[in-house]
Write a protein that binds this ligand. Structure first.
Ligand code: AHM
Ligand code: MG
Length: 337
């Protein structure tokens, strides 16, 4: 097998030899990869297995759950509980923290996940994904108190996502760069297809839901206006725009060819803090993007330094190529350029 086709396990063992990552983390990542493989299979057979469409339930966010949201959540829960180190799970689809231990000791993990992100894309056959984040507890915590899981992103030791697109990809970081794997249909393995994914510092592609223009604050409007003004505008540069309504697909594109993604707080979502959730959407993507040389900001603060106050907390998200994220930080600062 060529170097480029390391399996996930071979890659993680090589990382362990180089950087000393925990054996339990390797087992956990393999279990998460299994959950992603099963979710991918369930999505791909969706129309035949009668799993497309909504349930009668709403989740804690007040959103109607799709059948596949529930299936994906169950797969994550089932596979994450194999790892003896996991003390608690926090899922987008579950209101409460799911405690697996009565007493969590130093070295135990908390796993945060969005089992199926972008699920509004399911019924129209566009890319969706799963996102996850792992925090290692530095101290013993009270497993009767849900506030114990409110850890900032800078405590993450690992993060990743799987994107269910034309192929199924798995992207992970354990704090030593970002690696990309592609699901190989014949063997069922995830094989290493991209080492050291790196986001170019400069870009001319941006992603934002522009239908919210009238709701945006001045810094976002200014940035957008300057981009669409193109070569004859103040930046004297042409830009391309994308919006897939699936954050995983947007981040995957940015890791592949650069770009910036924005879901800012605006007049329509400010009361809830923004759209995207801090602990299982923004933080894992922020770690991946920073590890790939990019930046991730709320506009006023590094995402990974935000101290969570509730486990389904939302946050403004601006991430991708460093020079553009920094430009938006300056616009939020009130600085001229
Ligand atoms: P979800 O977790 O309910 O799927 O919501 C998150 C998704 C992101 O993937 C995407 O960036 C965003 O919501 C799209 O929102 P909008 O429909 O407002 O464009
Ligand atoms: Mg989501």
């Amino acid at each position: 097998m060529s170097h480029h086709q390391f399996t996930l396990r071979q890659h993680l063992l090589a990382e362990q030899a180089r950087h000393g990552i925990d054996s339990d983390l390797i087992l956990l990542l393999e279990d998460i990869a299994t959950a992603c493989r099963i979710i991918s299979h369930r999505i791909r057979s969706g129309a035949f297995a009668n799993v497309l469409g909504a349930t009668n339930n709403t989740n804690v966010q007040g959103e109607t759950q799709k059948q596949l949201d529930v299936i994906a959540n169950d797969e994550f829960v089932e596979h994450c509980r194999n790892c003896r180190r996991v003390a608690a799970l926090v899922s987008e689809e579950v209101d409460e923290v799911y405690w697996l231990k009565d007493k969590a000791v130093p070295g135990d993990y908390i796993v945060y996940f969005d089992p199926l992100d972008g699920s509004s894309n399911l019924d129209v056959n566009l890319s969706v994904g799963s996102i996850f984040s792992v925090v290692r507890l530095p101290e013993e915590i009270d497993a009767t108190d849900d506030r114990s899981v409110l850890r900032p992103g800078n405590e993450q030791i690992c993060a990743g996502y799987s994107v269910y697109g034309p192929s199924t990809a798995l992207v992970i970081t354990a704090g030593n760069g970002v690696s990309g794997f592609t699901h190989h249909n014949g063997t069922g393995e995830f094989r290493l297809t991209s080492r050291n994914l790196t986001i170019p510092e400069e870009t001319s592609e941006f992603a934002i839901n522009a239908s919210r223009y009238v709701l945006w604050d001045t810094p976002i409007r200014r940035y957008f206006d300057e981009c669409i003004a193109g070569k004859s505008g103040p930046r004297e540069q042409g830009f391309n725009m994308r919006w897939t309504a699936s954050m995983v697909a947007e981040v995957h594109r940015i890791l592949t060819r650069g770009g910036i993604f924005m879901y800012p707080a605006d007049a329509g979502n400010r009361a809830t803090g923004g759209k995207l959730r801090l602990m299982y959407e923004a933080n894992p993507m922020a770690l991946i993007v920073e590890q790939a040389g990019g930046a991730a900001s709320t506009g006023t603060e590094r995402i990974m330094d935000v101290q969570p106050t509730s486990h389904h907390q939302r946050v403004p998200v601006i991430l991708g190529s460093k020079s553009e994220v920094e430009r938006l930080d300056r616009y939020h600062d009130g600085a001229i350029s």
